[in-house]
Design a protein around this ligand. Structure first.
Ligand SMILES: Nc1ncnc2c1ncn2[C@@H]1O[C@H](COP(=O)(O)OP(=O)(O)OP(=O)(O)O)[C@@H](O)[C@H]1O
Ligand SMILES: [Mg+2]
Length: 456
């Protein structure tokens, strides 16, 4: 696409961007939760272990005694390979364990469990502390059992889970990106279909677009249709105008010509005769131009909305040739028609107009007492109408340019014409999906015009 880039790509990037954001967010949340779950498990086991030790506390002859139950440490070993430390304090005195374990910032009140993190022998540790009042002699002594464990296991578990979450997030992102591209393409499909429908049309097809479009495209469709409608109207108006103008010009021209011819007969002065002949010639040129303009407008108008009927080409061509027979006879030109029955579908009025222009050229540009040959043949999928004459050929210029509007060739010198004949022929043929091929015959003796029409 041109200009500001592709909507599809932009939509894909936008959706994929949102998916990437969600992926990172979900990874972050899952990692956090995994870490918290691992920490909580460790806390629970530490608390259970400290409680199990605290339960063995008793007082014996005024002294606090305890047994370290094996189970209290084995449960810690079950969750990871981390090192375990403990400490039992009776009041301020160390009963057993590691004196160097850091004190809890928030010591537990009796019957409660308190947790803290700290550092021991250069490693981070998690500690759980339980406090109990034990009667030693007459005084109850607060005994604090602290169990600590390094945190490598927790780190490893949460790193594992975080990695898994990252993998899942990447997979989620890839799926979401593919789906985004798919969604972008699907939602743009109606737009592409409309564009394709418009570009498939012929240059003069201004019918409104009739297709189901999503609600968002309805305004585009209706403004496109309104534009085409306005364009169609303005084209029709200018065609009507040309037709009307040509008609209005031709009538008075005919009067001028008649008057000039009468005057020509009644005078003897050679210079004045010359002048009158020049006037008649100019009138003929103008009249021909007006006629061709009229035909051209009609062709453009009808080509917009071609009515296609089955046509036998040889019937139509012989009909056109018969109409031109008198003109040919004036120059002793023989029209030869070599027919074969080829049927096409098309507008007979337009095709007759095209044939008339090609034959008119062949007769007009050929010298007297020659032949104009017409042949109809067909290939597998095309019908060919080949018109050859024995005139001067198409001249030295580029032949394909002769179909341009008002273009006259080097052979046209001194011959009345407007340069619209081959334009009309080409318009008619292309409206039918065909084409014109212009060529001079070998050795420059005559022109060979081939009209190609698709077979139905
Ligand atoms: N059979 C032909 N032999 C020689 N020259 C031709 C022939 N057909 C066309 N041409 C050349 O091609 C030019 C364009 O032809 P076209 O029919 O478009 O215009 P025109 O004959 O000059 O005018 P008009 O609109 O009156 O037909 C002509 O001016 C002429 O030079
Ligand atoms: Mg012509």
């Amino acid at each position: 696409m041109i200009g500001t880039g592709s909507i599809g790509r932009r939509l894909t990037f936008l959706l994929a961007g949102v998916a990437a954001l969600l992926s990172v967010l979900s990874w972050w949340m899952v990692s956090g939760l995994a870490r918290e779950a691992a920490e909580r498990t460790q806390d629970n086991v530490l608390a259970a272990s400290a409680t199990a030790i605290a339960e063995t506390l008793r007082s014996e002859q005024g002294e606090v005694r305890l047994e370290l139950p094996y189970s209290a440490f084995s449960m810690l070993g079950a969750i990871s390979e981390d090192r375990v430390f403990y400490r039992v304090m009776a009041g301020q005195d160390l009963l057993t364990g590691y004196a160097g374990l850091p004190a809890l910032s928030d010591p537990p009140s009796p019957g409660q469990v308190a947790f803290d993190t700290g550092e021991f022998s250069g490693e981070p540790i998690r500690m759980a502390s339980v406090s109990r009042l034990v009667l030693a002699g007459t005084q109850p002594v607060p005994v604090t059992v602290t169990v600590a464990q390094t945190r490598n296991g927790v780190g490893a578990i949460s790193a594992d889970l975080s990695q898994l979450a990252a993998l899942l997030a990447v997979a989620f992102f890839i799926i979401a990106a593919v789906l985004s591209a798919f969604a972008a393409r699907t939602s743009l499909r109606p737009l592409n279909e409309i564009a394709a429908a418009v570009s498939r049309r012929g240059p003069s097809d201004l019918r409104p677009l009739k297709r189901d479009a999503p609600a968002e495209l309805a305004p585009l469709m209706s403004s496109l249709n309104r534009l085409m409608d306005r364009l169609g109207q303005s084209i029709r108006r200018s065609e009507d105008f040309i037709a009307e103008a040509a008609h209005r010009v031709r009538t008075p021209l005919a009067t001028v010509r008649t008057q000039a011819e009468i005057a020509l007969r009644s005078i003897d002065n050679e210079t004045e005769k010359q002048r009158l002949r020049a006037i008649i010639r100019a009138v003929d040129e103008s009249s021909r131009s007006a006629g061709q303009l009229l035909d051209h407008a009609a062709v453009t108008y009808r080509a917009d909305d071609l009515d296609r009927v089955p046509i036998d080409l040889s019937d139509l061509l012989s009909h056109t040739a018969a109409a031109l027979e008198p003109t040919a006879a004036m120059k002793d030109i023989t029209l030869q028609l070599e027919t074969s029955h080829v049927r096409v579908e098309g507008d007979p009025v337009l095709l007759d107009n095209a044939f008339r222009n090609v034959l008119d050229n062949a007769i007009k540009y050929s010298p007297e007492d020659t032949n104009v040959h017409m042949r109809i043949t067909s290939t597998a999928d095309e019908a060919l109408i080949i018109v050859t004459d024995e005139g001067p050929g198409l001249g030295d210029g580029p032949v394909q340019e002769l179909t341009e509007r008002f273009r006259r060739g080097s052979t046209a010198k001194g011959i009345v014409g407007s340069g619209l004949g081959l334009t009309i022929v080409e318009d008619v043929l292309s409206a039918h999906g065909g084409r014109v091929e212009l060529a001079s015959r070998q050795g420059g003796r005559g022109a060979c015009i081939t009209l190609v029409l698709p077979l139905p």
